[in-house]
Design a protein around this ligand. Sequence first.
Ligand code: NDP
Length: 279
Amino acid sequence: MTSPTTSVPAVTLNDGHTIPQLGFGVFQVPAEETYDAVTAALQAGYRSIDTAKAYGNEAAVGRAIADSGLPRGELFVTTKLWNDDHGHDSALQACDASLAELGLDYLDLYLIHWPTPERDRYVASYRAFEELQAAGKVRSIGVSNFTIDHLTRLMDETSVVPVVNQVELHPNFTQKELRAFHKEHGIVTEAWSPLAQGDLLADPALVAIGEAHGKTAAQVVLRWHVQLGNVAIPKSVTPERIAANIDVFDFELTGDEMVTIDTMGNGERRGPDPDTFNG
Ligand code: NDP
């Protein structure tokens, strides 16, 4: 594999490990398309791949990683504990199953996918995560879709502060309060659906900002994430978009442009509400 031309900054996690600020997400990528998408991403210079048991494509991610020939140490692989696997013993088993699917002997990051408050088992799951980390099966542990209340309880009842909280975050849903809480506690904000699943990209304000920089609206939104300090994991199965989405480190949005993007949305989420999602 050729060397990437794009250099992605590393963000330091509260446990001392680092995560690339831009990664590649594979939600809703069918297993049979995942190998090609991940291969294109690795060729374009992505070194961080975000999958989940629930996506059904861990094995294809693993094959693309293995065939890339890239040294394991240059890659950052995230997967997630699915809701049905909550609980101490089942979380331990689920991690082993994900490692086997991926063909890896450790994960860089293991996340609780959703808190699913009705199950009331995320603390038990996270205690298993602490054991997985101590055993070396997982380098870093974190959560996804946790609210301030869920994070507060987790930090009160366990001993390892999550390194990241991966949450829905895009110009329509900016998570200002949660980001401030993360900052206070040393938790990195990781944005899922960073492009709002593509829906905002025809917005005239974003297009105009892009034109001022010779960039697309998608690149403007991803640059906005970068300048906020977010980690972002855009998904695409389109090779040109995959390459364009990582090409956001050679321009800078002005303060006014950042404010325009901060304030353009209506505050509506696209995905489920973590307080009520128990699927
Ligand atoms: P994104 O915000 O990344 O948007 C993906 C969509 O935008 C696709 O339809 C894609 O089309 C399109 N797109 C991508 N790049 C461009 C571009 N440059 N120009 C125009 N359109 C573009 O949505 P996701 O929901 O996939 O989120 C990203 C990742 O976040 C997921 O893949 C997953 O890893 C993670 N995630 C995590 C969740 C969680 O609960 N923890 C929930 C949801 C997502 P196409 O592919 O056809 O090119």
